[in-house]
Design a protein around this ligand. Structure first.
Ligand SMILES: C[S@@+](CC[C@H](N)C(=O)[O-])C[C@H]1O[C@@H](n2cnc3c(N)ncnc32)[C@H](O)[C@@H]1O
Length: 382
């Protein structure tokens, strides 16, 4: 509610109540008034802080990248260290390094300890703990470069360097897929494998896999997920399907893990080849968002055909949230734009695509940490 002493809203030439409010909110007189009023001051201070963080976000992410590249967080985890010690370890001149240390302190990556030493901060701890997080922070340097001119990216997303990193996302036909170099495939597959750990933990905490007989993981990458399922659920039969060069990598990893007798790996493209038949659970982790609606329709239909009657599709990927509530949406919208044909969808949009293929009983499953993935299920009728 607006207190009676606030300046009168400016009368606009046109527009509804919301439009009038918008104009009023941008009136310098309102800001002046707000600074003299305790409630107004509180609201303004919160907005100013939010906006400042928005504006400064690019610096924050680069401070994080510098800490990762210099292995500063590992150094202070080993033992709290002085600025001089860190300067000699990182070979950055002490005056410059002090700026980084102060910035990292302000961002809670580092923490000040007694005797002027630096230790690990609350937000630094998960970065050291998860190799996948560090790999993504390093990988984001590519998106950062693509976003340096955001208008150029919006106008010509096909020129983004992220396009070249993910060859399959912009190339749906098999001849072009065949042109993916082994290095490209190995690079993106390794990144996915290291960042998949979070999704694996969320899935294991959220869904009762023991009730299933056979699981097929479509777009399963190097097989981290099916391998973990094999370890956790000794009676489950497991299959993985991915593009042939990725399937080759998966076969190698599965054999190295001593799980070849539990996991069958199939190479193919879900846009052109039938999926292996018979599973009563298909998992689809971080795959649909890489593709256009047209491709997702083909994929959903292929999964529906492959599932045993009464079988379940479990889909896990980041999903668009209600406006203003989600921290990840802006990141994923732009990541997927730079990547290719994919898009961040709402749970309702994904459910609609599943329903089109014939899935029934569509549900969203609660997930303890829905930042990396929200979880949806649907069933093939018996
Ligand atoms: C973003 S990665 C996710 C990998 C894994 N599910 C995870 O969560 O780490 C998408 C995977 O889908 C695979 N993929 C993309 N297009 C495909 C297609 N047409 N047929 C089969 N797999 C495909 C890619 O090779 C890649 O392994």
């Amino acid at each position: 509610m607006i207190p009676a002493s606030a300046p009168a809203p400016v009368q606009p030439p046109s527009g509804g109540l919301r439009a009038r409010m918008d104009r009023w909110m941008t009136d310098p007189a309102l800001y002046r008034w707000a600074l003299r009023n305790p409630v107004g001051r509180w609201i303004s201070a919160r907005r100013a802080k939010g906006l400042f963080e928005l504006m400064a976000g690019f610096v924050h992410s680069q401070v994080l990248l510098a800490c990762v590249r210099l292995r500063l967080l590992e150094a202070v985890l080993e033992q709290p260290r002085s600025a001089q010690e860190l300067a000699s370890l990182t070979r950055i001149n002490p005056e410059s390094l002090q700026k980084l240390l102060d910035a990292a302190l302000s961002l809670k990556l580092l923490d000040k300890r007694t005797g002027g030493l630096y230790g690990l901060g609350a937000l630094g701890a998960p970065v050291v703990a998860h190799e996948g997080l560090r790999a993504m922070i390093e990988h984001n340097a590519l998106l950062y470069a693509d976003m340096q001119d955001p208008l150029a990216l919006l106008q010509a997303p096909q020129d983004a360097s992220m396009h070249a990193y993910w060859p399959y996302a912009a190339q749906e036909n098999s001849q072009r897929q065949a042109r993916q170099s082994p290095e490209q495939v190995a690079r993106y597959s390794a990144l996915m494998a290291s960042s998949q750990r979070f999704v694996i933990e969320e899935l294991l905490a959220s869904y009762p896999f023991a009730k299933h007989r056979q699981v097929l993981d479509v777009g399963g990458g190097q097989g981290g997920w099916v391998s973990e399922l094999a370890r956790q659920q000794p009676t489950l039969e497991l299959m993985l399907f991915d593009l042939p060069p990725v399937a080759d990598l998966a076969r190698e990893k599965v054999a190295q893990a001593g799980l070849a007798h539990r996991i069958t790996v199939h190479g193919g493209s879900f846009t052109e080849n039938a999926l292996p038949l018979g599973a009563d659970l298909v998992t689809l982790l971080r795959v649909a968002h890489d593709h256009s609606d047209e491709v997702v329709r083909i994929l959903m239909r292929a999964i529906f055909e492959a599932l045993a009657p009464g079988g379940t599709l479990l889909l896990a990927e980041p999903m668009a949230q209600a406006a203003g509530t989600a921290t990840g949406d802006a990141y994923f919208h732009f990541y997927l734009l730079a990547m290719g044909e994919g898009r961040l969808r709402t749970a309702a949009q994904l459910h609609a695509l599943m329903a089109e293929a014939g899935f029934m009983g569509l549900r969203q499953i609660p997930n303890p940490m829905p930042l990396h993935a929200s979880l949806l299920t649907g069933h093939k009728p018996v």
